[in-house]
Design a protein. Structure first.
Lengths: 314, 135
């Protein structure tokens, strides 16, 4: 049905004026699963809070789960058509997380909900063309040749002997079995599901404390993207005769730049540091490119009069 | 009524009077304009608007080119859903759905709004199929 496609396309904009503008001219057939939640809103169409959508797709409201399956499948449909965009991902991630949270706070997450969500997640994870925005757990590979900054600036005595003569360096994120967070999400309310232990971001703590941004960082949520920037990295190298990998751990040891983008958002430019675990060597002297990180004050932080942190890397 | 007139009436779209009217839409349903303003814009004006939006979007998203012939061309300008059979209408709905999903990324900018306005006014995309048949 047309109205259903239109609603799916406009739902990511539920809080903008575009949504009521379209909703007000929609004709939703009575047989549609969207009729019950959205038809009553047509006469006096207004931007919708996400909680309304979450409640509408909740299994306790729609026992058939048809609406939930539609919303959960939105990203997969967009991926199939190669039309996925960040607005859609942000809406989808935030809605799914909010749904899980609300169900958990209520009667618990039911079997039907789990089945729908798992199917949706697995489908998305299996999609190879999703790109970094969709699936950060699929290895993103940054390759450096010996002519690039990394290869060219590593002191010849530092890398392990087996890697010394190799011509190509690759840094990749952990594989699918990684314990690190899977989905990237821009929604502020979603951050509690993307917790990375404090030690993963060691190096930022001191700077943040000096800025008064992070008095209680231990309890804060830290979102990261992509995973390898905070977690373990495999540094692999191959040539015609040999392949070798070492495991390194990423942290940040310097803040190269800082700006307050808006009252709740700070932007840092940080310098990554890769420590090779079995040698104790670190990359502090290597010319790794710095990475932008966004610190966003969350709603909890406002209540506590101090910012909680949501860190994003792009 | 003459035999010729009866035959002509038989093949005429039940929606023809509306399609050839000055405003092109009986209900004033419009995504961009309030009903009164929408009534003053005929389909030619909306088509020009859509063309400018579409060309702007092509710069941003070349993938939209696949919809040019079916939805944003002179040929599409003359498409009358009421003269299409059910299979053709279903096919058109599929193309419209894919186009709208592609436009989803650009809803926040005016060019996207212009294209959506065209889909709403020309193809009455916001109506259900049964709703279109009632027109």
């Amino acid at each position: 049905m047309n109205a259903e496609v239109v609603l799916q396309v406009f739902l990511p904009y539920h809080q903008s004026p575009n949504f009521p503008r379209m909703l007000s001219i929609l004709t939703i057939p009575k047989t549609s699963r969207y009729f019950a939640p959205f038809d009553p809103l047509i006469k006096n169409a207004q931007p919708l809070p996400r909680s309304y959508i979450t409640q509408s797709i909740s299994p306790s409201r729609d026992k058939s789960l048809r609406l939930l399956m539609d919303i959960a499948g939105m990203v997969q449909v967009a991926l199939n058509d190669n039309v996925v965009h960040r607005g859609l991902l942000a809406f989808w991630s935030a809605t799914m997380v909010e749904l899980i949270e609300s169900e958990r706070a209520g009667k618990g997450v039911g079997e039907g909900l789990v089945k729908v969500l798992v199917e949706a997640f697995v489908g998305i994870l299996e999609t190879t063309k999703g790109g970094q925005d969709v699936n950060v757990s699929r290895p993103h590979t940054h390759s450096f040749t010996s002519a690039d900054d990394l290869g060219g600036s590593i002191p010849s005595t530092h890398p392990p002997r087996s890697l010394h003569t190799l011509s190509r360096w690759t840094i990749s994120c952990p594989p699918l079995s990684s314990p690190y967070p899977i989905f990237w999400c821009r929604a502020k309310s979603a951050y509690s599901h993307f917790v990375v232990p404090l030690e993963r971001a060691s190096g930022l703590g001191g700077w943040l404390r000096r800025k008064g941004l992070c008095a209680t960082m231990q309890s804060q949520a830290l979102e990261h993207y992509p995973a390898w920037r905070y977690g373990e990295v495999r540094i692999c190298s191959c040539n015609a005769s040999h392949c070798g990998c070492v495991i390194g751990r990423v942290s940040y040891h310097a803040v190269a730049d800082y700006e307050q983008a808006e009252p709740t958002v700070s932007r840092l430019q940080v310098q990554p540091c890769i420590a090779l675990s079995h040698t104790g060597l670190s990359s502090r002297n290597w010319s790794l490119p710095s990475l932008p990180v966004y610190l966003i004050s969350g709603p909890t932080a406002r209540r506590q009069r101090r910012p909680s942190l949501l860190v994003k890397c792009y | 009524m003459s035999s010729l007139a009866a035959q002509l009436q038989g093949i005429a779209s039940i929606d023809a009077s509306r399609l050839t009217s000055k405003t092109g839409a009986p209900s004033g349903k419009s995504y961009l304009f309030p009903p009164k303003t929408a009534a003053s814009h005929d389909l030619d004006a909306i088509f020009s608007l859509a063309q400018s939006g579409y060309e702007e979007l092509l710069e941003l998203d070349p993938g939209l080119e696949e919809f040019e012939e079916s939805l944003f061309s002179e040929h599409a300008r003359r498409t009358d859903r009421m003269q299409l059979n059910e299979a053709e209408n279903k096919e058109l709905d599929i193309v419209l759905g894919r186009c709208l999903r592609r436009l989803g990324r650009w809803i926040g900018i005016m060019a996207g709004g212009k294209c959506i306005e065209w889909l709403v006014r020309r193809f009455r995309y916001v109506l259900s199929r049964s709703g279109r048949q009632r027109c």
